[in-house]
Design a binder for this molecule. Structure first.
Ligand code: MV4
Length: 514
C-alpha cells in the first residue's frame, strides 16, 4: 500500500530541522519548513521545498505556537508533522492537536508522552514491568512530615524531585533531616514556577553514577528494538556536551540486560517510534531507570554511526505505518555496535566565561571532513546567531574502529574546524579529547565539574591567544617582506611549525585560526 504521507512539516529550526528535511528527501517525501523572522536566512528554510513564516523571533510567537504550526501544515497540504527535539516535541497536547487536525504526529502516542511525563506514574509503570528503578517512592509526597518519614526509611542523602519534572529542575539534594523543611519548600516553589505543578516525590541519591541511555525503536507492527547505549555523562548543568557510543563501561552482557529493560519500559507505555530510556549506571554495574525521552534526541547520530541505521528515516517509516527496517537479536536484548562514535556539541558559548551564550554573526566557517567525519550543522557563514534560541550551532560526530582511533579522528576534525565571528565550545572539546581521565573512559556525571577548571586552566585565554596571533602574523609578514630563506615559514612533517617558539606554536595552532 502506498504511504498516505507525501509531505511533512518540520516544526523546528537549526541542525535538527535540516537533519529531518534531508531524511524526508531521502524517503522521497517533500519537506515544509517553518521559520521565525530571526531565521529568514537560515539553511533549513532554503533546504525545504516550501517554507512558512510563523512570526516574531521569540519562540512563544513562532516555533512554540501550536495553532500557527498546525495552520502552516494545513495551508501547505502536509499529511504529517515532525517536531524534532525541544520546542513542541514532548507536549502531549500538541501531539493530540496534530491528530485532531487529521495529521500524523511523527512521534509516540500522546498517552505514552503523558505516562512518561509524570515521573511517579512512570516509576509505577516501570516497577510493574520489572524495570529496575532507583529506590524511592512511587506516589507524590503529601507534606514535609511524610518526606521526613520516607527519608528516614530510605536513608540520607535523598533527592526531592518534581513529579512533572525532568532535566533537573525542581530537584533538591537533602543530606540530613535538618535540611528537609527548607529543601521541600524550595523544590516545591521551583517546580510550581517551572511546571505549574508543585508536587514532589523522593529518591535515594545515587553517588557518582554514569548517565547511560538506551535508544529504542518501536513500530506499529508490534516490534521493539534496542539499539544499544549512549554514554552521556559529560554534561554541565544538565546540558550534555559530549556523547559517545558504545559506553566504555558497558559489556555485551550488561548491554543485553539494559536492552531488555529498555524494551520492557517501551512496551509498558505502548510506545511507538524512536525513544530513549535514561538509566543511572552505578560503579557496581547496577542500573536504574531515570526517565524516558519520548522524542528523537540531539545525540542520536552516535547510535546511527555504530549501528548503520538512519533513525529519522525509521521515524518517518514508522509514522507511515510501515515496519521498521532493522531487526534486533530477539528477546528485547540490545544489538551489538560496530566501532565507536563520539559527538561534540559545537555551541555558541564561551567556555572561558562560564559558558555564557554568545550572539554574533558567523563571519567564516570551515567544516571538517574526511572518512568517518560527519557535520550536522544548522548555520552557515553570514548567519546571525541570536539569544532567542538554544546555542547549539552544529554537532561534530566522528566514527572510528576503536575508541582510541575515534578520539584521534575527533582531535583532527576539531583542529580543521574554523568558526570566525563568535566564541564557541570548540577549543574546550579539544582539551577534553586530550584529558587522561576522558581517554581512559573514566567518566561519571561529575566529570566536567571536576576536570572543567583544570582543562580551562591549561589554555591561554582566547583574548591573549588572539593578541599573540596578531603579533606572530605581523612578525611573519615582516620577515617575508625582508625576503631570503629565513623569511619563509618552513612546513614540517606533522604540519606544525616545530621551528617556531612555543608562543608561535600556540599562535599557529589556535590563534591564527580565529
Ligand atoms: C538522580 C541523580 C542521583 N540520584 N537521581 C538529573 C536530571 C534528572 N534527569 C535526574 N537527575 C539526576 N537524578 C538519583 N536518585 C543524579 C541526577 C543528576 C544527573 C543525571 C543524569 C545526568 C546528569 C546529572 C547531573 C546531575 C544530577
Amino acid at each position: 500500500m502506498p504511504s498516505l504521507i507525501r509531505r511533512v512539516l518540520v516544526a523546528n529550526r537549526g541542525e535538527i530541522a535540516l537533519r529531518v528535511i534531508r531524511a524526508c528527501h531521502e524517503e522521497g517525501l517533500e519537506a515544509v519548513a517553518v521559520y521565525s523572522e530571526a531565521d529568514r536566512l537560515a539553511p533549513h528554510v532554503r533546504a525545504a521545498d516550501t517554507a512558512v513564516l510563523l512570526g516574531a523571533p521569540p519562540a512563544a510567537e513562532s516555533y512554540l505556537d501550536i495553532s500557527k504550526v498546525i495552520a502552516a501544515a494545513q495551508a501547505t497540504a502536509c499529511q504529517a508533522i515532525h517536531p524534532g527535539y525541544g520546542f513542541l516535541s514532548e507536549r502531549a497536547v500538541f501531539a493530540e492537536a496534530v491528530a485532531s487536525a487529521g495529521l500524523v504526529f511523527v512521534g509516540p502516542p500522546p498517552s505514552a508522552i503523558t505516562a512518561m511525563g509524570d515521573k511517579t506514574e512512570a516509576r509505577r509503570r516501570m516497577k510493574a514491568a520489572g524495570v529496575p528503578i532507583v529506590p524511592g517512592i512511587a506516589t507524590p509526597l503529601r507534606d514535609v512530615s511524610e518526606a521526613r518519614r520516607e527519608a528516614a526509611r530510605l536513608g540520607y542523602p535523598v533527592l526531592l524531585k518534581a513529579t512533572a519534572g525532568g532535566g533537573g529542575r525542581g530537584m533538591r539534594l537533602v543530606e540530613a533531616e535538618g535540611e528537609m523543611e527548607s529543601a521541600f519548600r524550595a523544590a516545591q516553589s521551583e517546580a510550581l514556577n517551572a511546571f505549574g505543578a508543585g508536587r514532589l516525590y523522593m529518591e535515594k541519591y545515587a553517588v557518582r553514577p554514569r548517565h547511560v541511555e538506551i535508544q529504542i525503536l518501536a513500530d506499529t507492527h508490534g516490534r521493539v528494538v534496542a539499539l544499544g547505549e549512549r554514554e552521556c555523562s559529560i554534561q554541565r548543568r544538565h546540558q550534555k556536551l559530549i556523547e559517545e557510543a558504545p559506553s566504555p563501561a558497558v559489556s555485551p552482557a550488561l548491554r543485553r540486560r539494559m536492552g531488555e529493560a529498555a524494551t520492557a519500559a517501551a512496551g509498558a507505555v505502548g510506545y511507538v517510534g524512536a525513544g530513549t530510556i535514561e538509566f543511572l549506571l552505578m560503579p557496581t554495574g547496577e542500573f536504574h531507570f531515570l526517565e524516558m525521552n519520548t522524542r528523537i534526541q540531539v545525540e542520536h547520530p552516535v547510535t546511527e554511526l555504530v549501528y548503520g541505521v538512519d533513525l529519522v528515516r525509521e521515524q518517518l517509516r514508522i509514522a507511515a505505518g510501515e515496519p521498521m527496517r532493522i531487526r534486533g537479536p530477539g528477546g528485547g536484548a540490545a544489538m551489538e555496535p560496530r566501532g565507536h562514535a563520539i559527538e561534540c556539541r559545537i555551541t555558541a558559548e564561551d567556555p572561558w566565561n562560564d559558558f555564557l551564550p554568545a550572539a554574533g554573526v558567523v563571519q567564516y566557517l570551515r567544516v571538517p571532513g574526511g572518512p568517518g567525519v560527519r557535520w550536522d550543522g544548522g548555520v552557515e557563514a553570514g548567519n546571525e546567531v541570536t539569544l532567542f534560541y538554544d546555542p547549539l550551532l552544529a554537532k561534530l560526530i566522528v566514527w572510528g574502529e576503536t575508541r582510541e582511533a575515534t578520539i584521534r579522528r575527533m582531535r583532527q576534525a576539531l583542529r580543521e574546524l574554523v568558526i570566525v565571528g563568535l566564541p564557541t565550545s570548540q577549543a574546550f572539546h579539544l582539551r577534553v579529547m586530550e584529558d587522561p581521565d576522558f581517554r581512559r573512559g573514566e567518566l561519571d556525571i561529575t566529570y566536567l565539574e571536576r576536570v572543567g577548571p583544570r582543562l580551562l586552566g591549561t589554555a591561554a585565554a582566547p583574548a591573549l591567544v588572539r593578541a599573540v596571533a596578531v603579533t606572530a602574523a605581523l612578525l611573519a609578514d615582516e620577515r617575508r617582506s625582508a625576503g631570503g630563506r629565513e623569511g619563509r615559514v618552513r612546513p614540517v612533517a606533522d604540519g606544525r611549525a616545530a621551528d617556531l617558539s612555543p608562543w608561535g606554536q600556540v599562535a599557529r595552532r589556535e590563534g591564527l585560526r580565529e
